[in-house]
Design a protein around this ligand. Structure first.
Ligand code: GLU
Length: 428
């Protein structure tokens, strides 16, 4: 009976990879609770636009290399598309499509006037010098010129990209149009129109969400024993904020493995060590454990702030946390979600828990467009208000409907996009 099913063609889509399937399965699980028409649902299963480019880079030794690169825009129904750019060997069309879809739900859940996008360059950034990274970033940006703009698609940092990367993107775009356009990217240096508190926003936002969850669970955050996977911009700041709230951080990890101290780590010392020595590998006075062991440590709160695909069907049964918080995008697979649910371990989903980053990105864009900048306290207060409001909607919907926090978060996001899509209709 469905018009959509009859007319749609059986096809294998180019972006249909395991990570995209994960995003799509989560969408399908939420859909029965979202009350949207099948034609709206079908539209949202597809990214609106996907650009594949190749980026030639002259290396420092005069050899040259070509890198595959992507930008996927999932939905422009609510406004310009928004999302990070990552430099990573695993970047692919499917990965960007999955992450772009998650960005759509994240922005909509937070009621930001954006749709989702994600992009990246498939490279190993650790093997590239600063000069090579600059050339790569500038050429990637110029390849994206036909599809980006402050009212079209706005980039931000993601894995292995940072304020400097955004400064190069902003400069490349600005040189093309002939004047400074700070609002083309967010997560820029403050000197270029970046926002105060954007650097801390994702990690700090995760702790705002965790604190809110503790309140609902009747726990005192200051009494919780936490483990943090990942020690980059998200994990490092989340660990610092947790300690600031009086919680104990028993272990953290980076690519070199985990550092564990049962009576609590000195997070500031670990951060200083990692900054000076490049990793935690030689950090003294702690027990060094593997990343796999870290995920299985007995604790109250496990923060997943490394990358996708970390808690899987293989290890979800061995997670010994009472609450899991997703600081990274997509760290828990669909199978692992089911196992954790079965075991009564709630998961604070990525689209809520790490939404502090894009929320302060939105504040940055608004400040840039208005050429009027806000103070740190104002930004922090506005962030807490936005995240608190989204958290309450997700928690209450999950309790009322008996669905997971992830499905509740997606339902909230999907409903916002669907309402706008229904009102706008399909062009022409
Ligand atoms: N890359 C971050 C994310 O996945 C931030 C995106 C943004 O600020 O636009 O949410």
């Amino acid at each position: 009976m469905s018009e959509v099913e009859e007319l749609s063609v059986e096809q294998t889509l180019e972006w249909d990879t395991p990570l995209f399937q994960q995003a799509l399965t989560q969408f399908e699980q939420a859909l029965p609770h979202a009350d949207v028409s099948e034609s709206v649902a079908e539209r949202l299963r597809f990214p609106e636009r996907a650009l594949m480019v190749s980026v030639p880079v002259r290396l420092d030794d005069q050899r040259f290399a070509v890198y595959a690169a992507y930008r996927v825009q999932h939905s422009s129904v609510l406004g310009p598309t928004k999302g990070g750019v990552r430099f990573d060997p695993d970047v692919s069309l499917g990965e960007c499509a999955a992450l772009a879809m998650w960005m759509t739900w994240k922005c909509a859940l937070l009621r930001l006037p954006y749709g989702g996008a994600k992009g990246g360059v498939r490279c190993n950034p650790k093997e590239l010098s600063q000069a090579e990274l600059q050339r790569l970033t500038r050429r990637y940006t110029s390849e994206l010129l036909p599809v980006i703009g402050p009212q079209e698609d706005i980039a931000a940092p993601d894995m292995a990209t940072n304020e400097q990367t955004m400064a190069w993107m902003m400069d490349t775009y600005s040189m093309q149009v002939g004047h400074a356009v700070p609002e083309i990217v967010t997560g820029k240096p403050i000197s270029l129109g970046g926002s105060l508190f954007r650097h801390e926003a994702t990690g700090a936002g995760a702790v705002i969400v965790i604190e809110r969850a503790c309140q609902r669970l009747g726990w005192d955050l200051a009494e919780q024993r936490c483990v943090v996977q990942g020690f980059g911009n998200v994990g490092g700041i989340a660990a610092t904020e947790l300690v600031g709230k009086g919680a104990k951080v028993l272990a953290v990890s980076d690519v070199s493995g985990g550092a564990y101290a049962d009576d609590g780590l000195d997070v500031m010392a670990a951060l200083a060590w990692a900054a000076e020595h490049g990793s935690l590998e030689t950090f003294p006075g702690v027990e060094h454990i593997s990343n796999a062991e870290l995920l299985e440590l007995p604790c109250d709160i496990l923060v997943l702030a490394a990358r996708e695909d970390q808690v899987t069907a293989e290890n979800a049964g061995a997670v010994h946390a009472k609450l899991v918080a997703e600081g990274a995008n997509g760290p828990t697979t669909v199978e692992a979600d089911a196992i954790l649910a079965e075991r009564g371990i709630p998961v604070l989903p990525d689209v809520l828990t790490n939404a502090g980053g894009v929320t302060v990105s939105y504040f940055e864009w608004v400040q840039d467009l208005g050429r009027l900048f806000w103070g740190r306290d104002e930004i922090r207060a506005r962030l807490a208000e936005k995240l608190g409001d989204a958290f309450d909607r997700v928690w209450d919907l999950s309790a009322e409907s008996g669905i997971s926090l992830r499905s509740a978060a997606l339902v909230s996001g999907i409903r916002e996009v669907a309402a706008a899509l229904t009102a706008r209709g399909i062009f022409p």
